[in-house]
Design a protein around this ligand. Structure first.
Ligand code: MRU
Length: 365
C-alpha cells in the first residue's frame, strides 16, 4: 500500500540487508530499520518493531536466511530457528514460516542455503501478499452483499480491533484488505477503529493506514463498541487472528472476545479474516493456545507525542498498583459468523475449514 503516494511493503530486501518499517515510531515518524543478522530479526519481532502475525512470520523467514549468511551449518540452522521461534508465543505464523524455511534448507548442502533461504523468504512474503489480496476480494464480496441487503445506506459502518491491516502482514492486510477493496470499488465505508489498549495498535497503526489510503474512519475507546452496536451504528465487525484452531476458535488481540460477545448480542455479523498460515491444524481447543503475557509497563504507561512534537511515555497508574498485561484472548467459534480466507469464506468449524482445505484432513485435530 502507499504512504504519501509511495508504495510500501512492511519488509523487503535492500542492498545487503533486510529492511522493515519501524512500527513503534508510527504514526508520527516513518522510519526504516535494517536487519543484518538473525539476532536483529529476533529483536525486531520481540520489541514489536514489526508485529502482526503474517509480518512476524515473514520477518522470521528472512531472519533464518540472515542466519544462514552468518553460518550455514546444521547446528546454526537449528539454533537460529529456535531463537527466532522463542520471540513471541501466540502467532502461529512464526512457527509456520520457520518450518517452511527448514523444509527447504535442511535437505540442502550448507553452500546452497544462503541463496535458497533468501529465495524462500521472498516466496513466503510474496505468497502472503497474494493471499491477503485474495482475502480482500472475498471479504469485499461480503461487504458489497451486506450493503445491498441493508438498502444501500449512505454509510456502511465496519468495526475493527487492533491492526490487521497491511502493516500487520507484508501488504494488503487481512481484516483491512476487504475494506480497502470495498472502498476502492466506491462503497461508502466508514470504519470504527478500536484504539486497542495497551499498545494502541488501532489508534496508531490502523488509523494511520486508513488515513493514508483515504478511508473514512473514527477512532473509538475500546469500551465504545458495545454502545455503538446497541444503537445500530455497527453494520459488521472484521478482525484478524494470530492463531485459529482447526475447529475455528479464534485467538486475536486482547479485547476481541468482548467485541464478539457484543456483536453476538446485537446480531452484528462478526467476521475473522486470516490466511491459512494462521490456522493451527494441530489444535482443536482454543483454550490451549499459548497466550503471551507482556510487560506490565505497557499497561501502567502510555506512549504518544507531546505538544513539542517529541515521542514520550507517561505513567497513568499509581506507582503502587499492580498491572496485568495479557496480550491476546480467544473467541470461541460459535461467536464467529465466518472465516474469510484466501480460498473463500467458511463457517468457523472443522467441516467448514476442511471444505476449503481438504488436503489438511490428515493433520486436522
Ligand atoms: O501484538 P500484535 O500487534 O502483534 O497483535 C496483532 C494482532 O492481534 C492482529 O490482529 C493479528 O496479528 C492479525 S494480523 C493480520
Amino acid at each position: 500500500m502507499k504512504i504519501g503516494g509511495k508504495p510500501y511493503r512492511t519488509i523487503w530486501r535492500a542492498e545487503d540487508a533486510v529492511r522493515v518499517i519501524d512500527q513503534t515510531r508510527l504514526p508520527f515518524e516513518l522510519t526504516e530499520v535494517d536487519l543484518n543478522t538473525a539476532q536483529d530479526a529476533a529483536h525486531a519481532i520481540k520489541t514489536m518493531i514489526v508485529r502482526g502475525a503474517p509480518c512476524i512470520g515473514a520477518t522470521a523467514a528472512y531472519g533464518l536466511a540472515l542466519a544462514m549468511r552468518e553460518d550455514a551449518s546444521d547446528a546454526n540452522l537449528d539454533a537460529a530457528a529456535k531463537m527466532l521461534n522463542a520471540t513471541r508465543p501466540t502467532a502461529v505464523n512464526l512457527a509456520w514460516a520457520l518450518n517452511e524455511m527448514r523444509g527447504v534448507l535442511a535437505p540442502l548442502p550448507p553452500a546452497q542455503r544462503v541463496n535458497a533461504g533468501f529465495k524462500k523468504a521472498a516466496d513466503i512474503a510474496d505468497a502472503d501478499v497474494a493471499q491477503c489480496e485474495a482475502i480482500g476480494n472475498h471479504g469485499h464480496a461480503i461487504i458489497a452483499k451486506l450493503w445491498e441487503q441493508k438498502g444501500k445506506p449512505k454509510q456502511l459502518n465496519i468495526l475493527t480491533h487492533c491492526n490487521a491491516g497491511w502493516l500487520a502482514t507484508v501488504d494488503w492486510g487481512t481484516a483491512i484488505a476487504p475494506i480497502y477493496k470495498a472502498h476502492d470499488a466506491g462503497l461508502p465505508i466508514h470504519v470504527w477503529v478500536d484504539e486497542t489498549r495497551p499498545r494502541n495498535q488501532g489508534a496508531s497503526l490502523t488509523a494511520f493506514e486508513l488515513g493514508s489510503h483515504g478511508v473514512p474512519h473514527t477512532v473509538i475507546a475500546d469500551n465504545t463498541g458495545g454502545h455503538l452496536m446497541q444503537r445500530g451504528q455497527v453494520d459488521m465487525a472484521i478482525v484478524g487472528s494470530d492463531r485459529t484452531t482447526a475447529t475455528g476458535d479464534v485467538c486475536n488481540k486482547i479485547g476481541t472476545y468482548l467485541k464478539a460477545l457484543a456483536a453476538h448480542a446485537h446480531d452484528v455479523p462478526f467476521y475473522v479474516a486470516l490466511p491459512s498460515s494462521t490456522i493451527d491444524w494441530s489444535m482443536s481447543d482454543g483454550m490451549r493456545i499459548p497466550i503471551e503475557e507482556r510487560d506490565a509497563g505497557e499497561v501502567t504507561h502510555i506512549a504518544g507525542r507531546d505538544a513539542a512534537g517529541k515521542l514520550t511515555t507517561v505513567r497513568i497508574v499509581p506507582e503502587t498498583s499492580a498491572a496485568l498485561n495479557v496480550a491476546f484472548d480467544v473467541t470461541p467459534a460459535r461467536y464467529v459468523t465466518g472465516l474469510i480466507t484466501e480460498r473463500g469464506v467458511s463457517p468457523a468449524s472443522r467441516d467448514g475449514l476442511l471444505k476449503l482445505y481438504p488436503e489438511r484432513a490428515k493433520d486436522a485435530a
